[in-house]
Design a protein around this ligand. Structure first.
Ligand SMILES: *Cc1c(COP(=O)(O)O)cnc(C)c1O
Length: 235
């Protein structure tokens, strides 16, 4: 009991500090208070911590693995959480993923778009997705290359069971977050470039982690995905 109280106090402090930093970044950028959503990146974090953060007001969480997510989502099904998938999605996991996640943030290749379209059609659902961009053109990372976004977007714009709601990225790691700024700025430019293809529902820019979320907000992020800063170290 005491341990749980300690955990609660710690998470509350983390959340308050993060919220303050988010608000300050919004203010610096001349953006409206509350115009960015906080996503708890909960991979390798316990359902207990997620529940506490939910009670403290966080409503949006993201998982990287279908199997790990499935277990937690089941345990937490009494809560009104919006679950996003933010990891690499294998096509053979799409069917399961569509049952438990409300948004797929990591649409990173045409075969995945085809599979989601097919499964969503069978379920008679429209699935919100974000296109993942490999903004730093890193070999180790997934995502559509910036120069291929336009043709990729044109292809999937005709898929009637996908609702493309935005873009997502995980830029190269830099010790100094200022060095990540050009990648975030480029994301914003790409967002504006393809927006006409997707229309009114295309509103989200999911970018920024514990390392660089303030810079991401200054460059237009609408969702920041925080793991360690919010939850503490992963298990
Ligand atoms: C783990 C993860 C995050 C959060 O990273 P932290 O550095 O712990 O804040 C954000 N986005 C994705 C895609 C992740 O896998």
């Amino acid at each position: 009991m005491e341990e749980l109280e300690f955990l609660r106090r710690q998470l509350k402090e983390n959340l308050e500090r993060v919220q303050e930093r988010i608000e300050k970044a919004l203010f610096r950028a001349g953006r409206k208070s509350g115009s960015v959503r906080l996503l708890g990146a909960s991979k390798k974090q316990s359902p207990e911590k997620i529940r506490i953060l939910y009670e403290l007001g966080v409503r949006l969480f993201g998982e990287n693995y279908v199997q790990e997510g499935e277990k937690k989502i089941e345990v937490l099904k009494d809560l009104f959480i919006e679950w996003h998938f933010i990891g690499r999605l294998q096509t053979n996991k799409v069917k399961k993923a569509l049952k438990i996640f409300q948004v797929i943030e990591t649409l990173d290749r045409i075969e995945l778009a085809e599979e989601i379209e097919k499964r969503a059609k069978a379920l008679n659902l429209k699935i919100p997705v974000f296109i993942e961009i490999n903004i730093g053109k890193e070999k180790s990372k997934a995502g559509i290359l910036p120069e291929e976004l336009k043709s990729f977007s044109e292809k999937i714009a005709s898929y009637s069971h996908l609702v493309v709601k935005g873009l997502m990225c995980l830029p190269p790691f830099e010790k100094d977050p200022e060095r990540v700024r050009p990648y975030f700025a480029k994301m914003r430019a790409l967002f504006e470039e393809v927006k006409p293809l997707f229309g009114e529902y295309f509103t989200e820019l999911s970018m920024g982690t514990s390392e660089d979320f303030e810079v991401a907000i200054e460059e237009g992020a609408t969702i920041v995905r925080l793991g360690t800063l919010l939850f503490g170290k992963r298990e």
